[in-house]
Design a protein around this ligand. Structure first.
Ligand code: UD1
Ligand code: CA
Length: 465
């Protein structure tokens, strides 16, 4: 464990997002922005993180839960003021790592190096910097002739000459707490924005002749702050590329990583193949050797090995091994498919259990249904599970055969090995082994099938009525 306490500044509104949701709660690939920052700190080996919140504090706490140390900044008077609020919560920690809640691309390795540089140099502040082509919007690192850091000037306060500097402040720093807390107490809001700038403590250290260190990242992309939705989308593309690359290196084939959208929370086994236009979200696990997509959305579901899912939408389902799903299937919450189930085209299944080897090949709705093993459900079968007030159960036992276009009016049970004739509307239980037919008997009326020119009137061969 690294001996540092992290403080994450997340009290600002993020006006440029133009959103009712606080900026740090916007999501990328299944995680909020601030959770990426928290994860980077955790993966860098830091065991204590304090979150400074203010704007949207209630919803932030609700979303992230009670496992974090929260400190309230009210009102929000700038980054220096924000950090000062964490003094008590930080206790006796010697090293304070400061992070912004809006830098989701930050890598844990970079944080570990920053802390190491800080601890080795003995500086009172070590700044993570980056050299960028377009530094506008960022604070600039000011250096003297000997290349020593003399301060940080904010974009809004910079002279035209200072704006030329392209070494930027990432907003990520390590501080010696013995320097930091008194320095924060002496800040003044003498700047264009009238805020207490955390960045001003750097000039203070310089004036006091205290050592200042920097670490320049060689991947400037990782310190990009998210301030608007265009930057949010760009960071999303970077994160997806990272997620897809790590899956591919672990043995998953992704035909077109630029057209495949997989959350960071998803697990996929080796030799699975993901076709384009596929979105896999939330707490989803896909086992080895599956074929997913094209054009498939899967959320919060488990998929067993060797299963194929094509052009389907799957939500909160548990799908066994060797199943074949789609094209054009809709599997809704509470659906459980056991081994070797086939679900074909234009089939919707909700809150149902389908036993091993059963087939639901076409044009069917099953809701609140338990289907046994090796059952065949004919095309166009509908479970009528809703009476307008309440949902009812349908049970179809092992080896049963449901003929095409049957309506099963729940609650109803079709016994083991029973058959239902095509076009039947079944309202009573069918005993095991029986054949149930529930439809009008066919009547053939001779000659009455000839051409009609009016409904209900029959015309004879000579054209007479
Ligand atoms: C800040 C830095 C700038 C740096 C840039 C990097 C200052 C004065 N400037 O500018 O040098 O280049 O980050 O991205 O520090 N926050 C609070 N309370 C407040 C104000 C802000 O918690 O009162 C939080 C925000 O929620 C955000 C972080 O601090 O997570 C940074 O604030 P932001 O307004 O985005 O600062 P920048 O203008 O980007
Ligand atoms: Ca920012």
């Amino acid at each position: 464990m690294l001996e540092a306490t992290a403080v994450i500044l997340a009290a600002g509104q993020g006006k440029r997002m133009r959103s009712a949701i606080p900026k740090v709660l916007h999501r990328l690939a299944g995680r909020t922005l601030v959770e990426y920052v928290l994860a980077a700190a955790r993966e860098a080996g830091i065991n204590k993180s304090i979150l400074v919140i203010g704007h949207g504090a209630v919803i932030i706490r609700e979303t992230l839960g009670d496992n974090y140390n929260y400190v309230l900044q009210e009102p929000q008077l700038g980054t220096g003021h924000a950090l000062a609020q964490a003094r008590e919560a930080a206790g006796q920690a010697d090293t304070i790592l400061v992070l912004s809640g809006d830098v989701p691309l930050l890598k844990p390795g970079t944080l570990a190096r920053l802390i190491e540089r800080h601890q080795q140099s003995g500086a009172v502040v070590t700044i993570l910097t980056a050299e960028v082509d377009n530094p506008s919007g960022y604070g600039r690192i000011k250096r003297n002739k000997e290349q020593r850091v003399t301060g940080i000037v904010e974009d809004k306060d910079a002279t035209p000459q200072e704006k030329q500097i392209n070494e930027i402040n990432s907003g990520i720093y390590c501080f010696a707490s013995s320097f930091l807390w008194p320095a924060l107490a002496s800040l003044r809001p003498d700047n264009v924005q009238g805020e207490y700038y955390l960045t001003d403590v750097v000039a203070l250290a310089c004036q006091q002749g205290l050592p200042i260190a920097t670490l320049m990242t060689d991947t400037p992309e990782e310190v990009q702050g998210i301030n608007d939705r265009a930057q949010l989308a760009r960071a999303g593309a970077v994160l997806r590329r990272r997620i897809n690359t790590s899956l591919m290196l672990a043995g998953v084939s992704i035909i077109d990583p630029t057209a495949t959208y997989i959350d960071i929370t998803v697990k996929i086994g080796a030799d699975s193949v993901i076709y384009p236009g596929t979105i896999i979200e939330g707490a989803t696990t896909i086992a080895d050797g599956c074929i997913i997509g094209p054009g498939t959305t899967i959320r919060d579901s488990q998929v067993g090995p060797g299963t194929t899912i094509t052009q389907a939408v799957v939500q909160q389902c548990s799908i066994g091994p060797d199943c074949k799903i789609g094209p054009f299937a809709y599997l809704r919450p509470g659906t459980v498919l056991e081994k070797g189930v086939k679900v074909g085209d234009f089939v919707e299944i909700k809150a149902s259990l389908i036993g091993p080897g059963s087939k639901v090949p076409h044009l069917t709705y099953l809701g609140d249904t338990t289907v046994g093993a090796k059952v065949n459900i004919g095309a166009g079968t509908i479970t009528c599970n809703y009476d307008g007030q309440k949902k009812w159960q349908t049970i179809i036992e092992n080896g049963a055969f449901i003929g095409s276009n049957a309506n099963l009016v729940a609650p109803v049970k079709v016994g083991q090995g029973a058959k239902v004739g095509a076009g039947s509307t079944i309202t009573k239980d069918v005993p095991a082994g029986a054949l149930a037919i529930a439809r009008q008997r066919q009547v053939n009326l001779p000659q009455r099938g000839k051409k009609n020119d009016e409904p209900g009137r029959t015309i004879n061969e000579k054209g007479e009525q």
